[in-house]
Design a protein around this ligand. Structure first.
Ligand code: SAM
Length: 246
């Protein structure tokens, strides 16, 4: 199952996926506009976003259905963890902040916003952020697409509600805008450019679920490796959606 494909590559995930910039914590905490004591994280994975918020003194409860991801998370950050898909997270407790990093699209749409609303204190903040990693040089991007084509049309996740990419407001902002339990909906992009070696770029691809579904993903990674220069520049910008519980 694609949503649970990450655990098998938890160490690689930790090693090759870019982390989240400090500006993201500044953005979310600034948006919250009041002290954040507690947070629930949906799909925490290896804890790349967990450590950002834990380092700001927030008591984060990190949840994820995948034990291998949580085992890796515990090596990097000491927070409460719950092994659970979002659909199973107990709703008895309310938090100042509920957030998801590159994970909300894996949760089931049915009742998603009911659960987020139930987990937030009145006036609490919701944040969902992530974004595809793209090659900056169009010539390298073209060469990589051609090398990938026999295996995959794209390695990006389609918009969960089918919002066309040219629309200003993207998912999940689109859904939050239609839900009266949320207000002050915003979309903010934080650019983040990195230069990585070709092998680190392929390492990054080796953590992306689209490849992990292939019967022989190594063939795709090898084909892509052959067209890469020694180093590549990547745009790993973070698109954040923010909203406040009414
Ligand atoms: C792309 S990873 C993101 C991990 C981490 N948040 C990060 O930003 O590095 C997606 C995570 O979502 C988790 N996941 C899959 N299905 C889920 C669900 N139904 N509820 C919550 N998390 C889920 C996976 O186990 C995986 O750890």
């Amino acid at each position: 199952m694609r949503a649970l494909s990450f655990g098998a590559v938890a160490e690689r995930y930790e090693r090759y996926r870019p982390g989240y910039p400090e500006e993201l914590a500044d953005l979310v905490l600034g948006f919250a506009g009041r002290p954040i004591g507690s947070a629930l994280e949906i799909g925490a994975g290896t804890g790349k976003a967990t450590r950002l918020f834990a380092a700001r003194g927030i008591a984060v409860t990190a949840t994820d259905p995948d034990q291998a991801m949580l085992d890796e998370l515990r090596k990097h950050v000491g927070v409460r963890t719950i092994r659970a898909a979002f659909e199973e997270v107990p709703t008895g407790e309310r938090y100042d902040l509920v957030y998801a990093a590159a994970a909300l699209h894996w949760t089931r749409p049915d009742g998603r916003w009911d659960r987020v609303a139930a987990l937030l204190k009145a006036g609490g903040a919701f944040a969902s952020f992530g974004g595809p990693v793209r090659l900056v040089d169009p010539a390298v991007e073209r060469a990589v697409s051609e090398a990938r084509a026999p295996f995959l049309d794209t390695d990006e996740f389609p918009s969960p509600d089918g919002t066309p990419p040219e629309r200003e407001m993207q998912w999940p902002g689109t859904e939050l805008l239609q839900d009266a339990r949320f207000t002050d909906v915003r979309q903010v992009t934080i650019p983040q450019r990195l230069t990585v070696s070709a092998s680190a770029f392929v390492g990054l691809l080796s953590t992306i679920s689209a490849y992990l579904q292939l019967p022989e993903p190594e063939r795709a990674w090898e084909a892509i490796s052959r067209v890469l220069p020694e180093t590549v520049e990547i745009e790993g910008g973070v698109v954040a959606h923010l909203a406040r519980r009414t």
